[in-house]
Design a protein around this ligand. Structure first.
Ligand SMILES: [Zn+2]
Length: 394
């Protein structure tokens, strides 16, 4: 897809680069100019700011590492976005519509194949073979409308295989790049997903880039969840399941809930909480957090009440530390053992879930509580946190 350069020029002059960078870095005013500590060298903790932002030209320049550019360059480098994602994010900040041009047919074979696969899986869900999956969704309280919104589907256990449907229409290389197929020792491709409830993963533009697949009944030596592998279009550490869908409901959500799984996002949506996202196929990463922070400053991280949840929450704290600023409100919701967001809201309802959010633990409280616990154990780590990082939060 190509964007007219006149639109890009207009976009660059419409956005406020100080505001955009200020959402991501702490800005200092010095001598009428805006400065920040450069995020691109020295790990962001250089002693004095050498990164200057030029309000009038909409550009930035670092006197340390010589990194410079405009708002598009900044977002690509800082947020890890591709060109189109940066354009779309900037346009959403200022309410401009990105001109839609006819997409060339082969913009990406892998995306076309994933898009087609999503259609096939929806058809297979509607077929008689999909009936047990529909029953399963009903038993989880998921309506047809919600299933449609998330484009849920089913991958057949037996024929026709996805490969037999798609291979006559697409190049072998593109089929391999799609992540939907494995290949055996003879080089024959087979369906990676069989007899699974299928969750298409869409990027911020709504393109189908990958799938998650869930078994709905126990099967020996098969994992309950299976995800597409890393591909050219699916970089797991950057992607958030449900972000595109949340933004269909509200382009600039005031808050976002971060949950652990696909079914949590869908279950919350079903019960009226339409602003949740999940990491897909990885533990929660700093890149994902950075992505969330480009849409909202209010984050609720919801963890299951088991030990794995506790560990994951501390990892989230460690990821968050370098990204925190005064205007970011990050809160933690800890569910009781055995609960997850999906089961909680199904049983107790939307109001109870919102109450949990109202009573959530703030980042600083959680940080101090945990550090104190570690300190009491008088570990080396405890005293380290006790004197250096901790002081900046008290
Ligand atoms: Zn620099």
């Amino acid at each position: 897809m190509s964007i007219p350069s006149s639109f890009i020029d207009r976009l660059i002059t419409s956005v406020n680069i100080v505001d955009i960078i200020g959402r991501r870095l702490q800005i200092e005013r010095r001598g009428g100019a805006h400065w920040a500590k450069c995020p691109f060298h020295g790990g962001g903790d250089e002693r004095s700011a050498s990164f200057k932002i030029y309000d009038d030209t909409g550009t930035y320049h670092c006197f340390g590492c010589k990194e410079s550019g405009n708002a598009i360059h900044f977002l690509r480098k800082h947020d890890g976005l591709d060109f189109m994602e940066a354009i779309e994010l900037l346009a959403s900040y200022v309410g401009m519509e990105v001109p839609q041009q006819e997409k060339p047919v082969d913009v990406s074979g892998a995306i076309n194949i994933n898009t087609k696969a999503a259609e096939v899986f929806i058809e297979q869900l509607k077929s008689p073979s999909g009936k047990p999956i529909i029953d399963y969704l009903k038993s989880r309280g998921i309506s047809g409308e919600t299933a449609k919104f998330f484009e849920l589907g089913y991958s057949m256990e037996r024929n026709p295989s996805l490969h037999s449907i798609l291979s006559p229409k697409y190049e072998k290389q593109d089929l391999e790049d799609s992540g939907l197929f494995g290949s055996n020792d003879n080089g024959e491709m087979y369906d990676r997903f069989r007899d699974r409830l299928m969750f298409p993963i869409r990027n911020i533009k709504g393109e189908h880039i990958a799938f998650g697949g869930r078994l709905t009944k126990d099967k020996k030596d098969q994992a309950k969840y299976l995800n597409s592998p890393e591909t050219k279009t699916y970089k797991k550490k950057y992607e958030l399941y449900g972000l595109y869908e949340a933004r269909l409901v509200d382009k600039r959500p005031e808050t976002l809930f971060l949950v652990e799984g696909y079914m949590d996002v869908i279950g919350l949506h079903q019960h009226g909480i339409k602003n949740s996202v999940a990491s897909s196929g990885t533990a929660f990463t700093q890149e994902q957090l950075r992505k969330i922070l480009s849409y909202t400053n209010n984050i609720y991280i919801v963890f299951d009440g088991d030990e794995a949840g506790q560990k994951a929450s501390w990892r989230a704290v460690e990821n968050a530390l370098p990204l925190l600023r005064e205007d970011i409100r990050m809160n933690f919701i800890f569910l009781k053992e055995g609960d997850d967001p999906d089961s909680y809201i199904k049983e107790k309802g939307k109001e109870a879930f919102i109450k949990l959010a109202d009573e959530a633990t703030s980042f600083s409280d959680y940080f101090l509580q945990t550090v104190k616990k570690q300190d009491d154990l008088s570990s080396i780590e405890g005293s380290f946190y006790g004197c250096s990082i901790c002081n900046s939060f008290s």
